[in-house]
Design a protein around this ligand. Structure first.
Ligand code: ITT
Length: 236
């Protein structure tokens, strides 16, 4: 029997740190195809990560013509002592145009003097499917979620990763995510867990062969090695 094809998958994000992680997490089975530069993402007006992921995926799906699958990630940090903040505001915690450094500094200031520094990263994924794939899968939308428990350090440590990685120490670790290697993060991160859950859904829906790679059809032009992707430096 011929296997169904998932010929192309756009990643609806402007965050180069996420692009790099998806490049690793979806490799080698999937090609990460960044959005065309003219496509903008909508304001994140949802009150949950899942709502915002769907907003981004749906908007980008329409913008690229509605014929290719689009994956969006909405993610952030929930800190217990701050009642779950910054949450869906993680990218804008220190203001609309804030960068990673400003957001991290605001987080540290808000936690100043607090001994309970526990928190978690959350990642919500929304994959919108074009009509032909939606028919095969029996749904036009696949959603997945992952979480990653840890604590906020007293000061930033390490250079790798992006966002809040320099102040996030995973449970059981003695270093921050920015001090650890990317492979170590991917194996247990919120994004890694969500991607593995989404892959399982794709397998259940028949769009990815069990235990194998999706078939990419006749679109070798979309295959991009992760090394060609932009750097995350300075991105939020
Ligand atoms: P897009 O909407 O274009 O995808 P964004 O940066 O605005 O990019 P979000 O709205 O999902 O993305 O905000 C997520 C923020 O949470 C992000 O800016 C980081 O600061 C933080 N974040 C999420 N995942 C993270 C991770 O794995 N490591 C460090 N920080 C992370």
């Amino acid at each position: 029997m011929a296997l169904p094809r998932l010929p192309r998958l756009y990643l609806a994000t402007k965050n180069a740190g996420k692009v790099r992680e998806f490049g690793r997490l979806l490799n080698p089975g999937f090609a990460v195809v960044p959005l065309p530069p003219h496509v903008t993402l909508p304001p994140e007006t949802g009150s949950t990560f899942a709502e915002n992921a769907l907003l981004k995926a749906g908007s980008a799906f329409a913008a690229v013509g509605g014929h290719v699958a689009v994956l969006a990630d909405d993610s952030g940090l929930e800190v217990d002592a701050l009642g779950g903040k910054p949450g869906v505001m993680s990218a804008r915690y220190a203001g609309e145009d804030a960068g990673d450094r400003e957001n991290v500094l605001r987080l540290l200031a808000q936690l100043s003097g607090r001994s309970d520094r526990r928190g978690r990263f959350v990642c919500a994924l929304a994959l919108v499917l074009p009509p032909d794939l939606a028919r095969l899968a029996g749904t036009g939308l696949l959603e997945a979620r992952g979480t990653f428990e840890g604590a906020i350090t007293l000061e930033p440590r390490g250079e790798s990763g992006f966002g809040y990685d320099p102040v996030f120490q995973p449970t059981g670790w003695t270093c921050t995510l920015a001090e650890g290697g990317p492979g170590e993060k991917d194996a247990i991160s919120h994004r890694g867990e969500a991607v593995r859950a989404l892959t399982a859904l794709l397998q259940e829906s028949g769009l990815v062969p069990d235990g194998g790679e999706p078939l990419w059809g006749d679109h070798p032009e979309v295959l991009q090695p992760a090394g060609d992707l932009p750097s995350a430096d300075g991105d939020s």
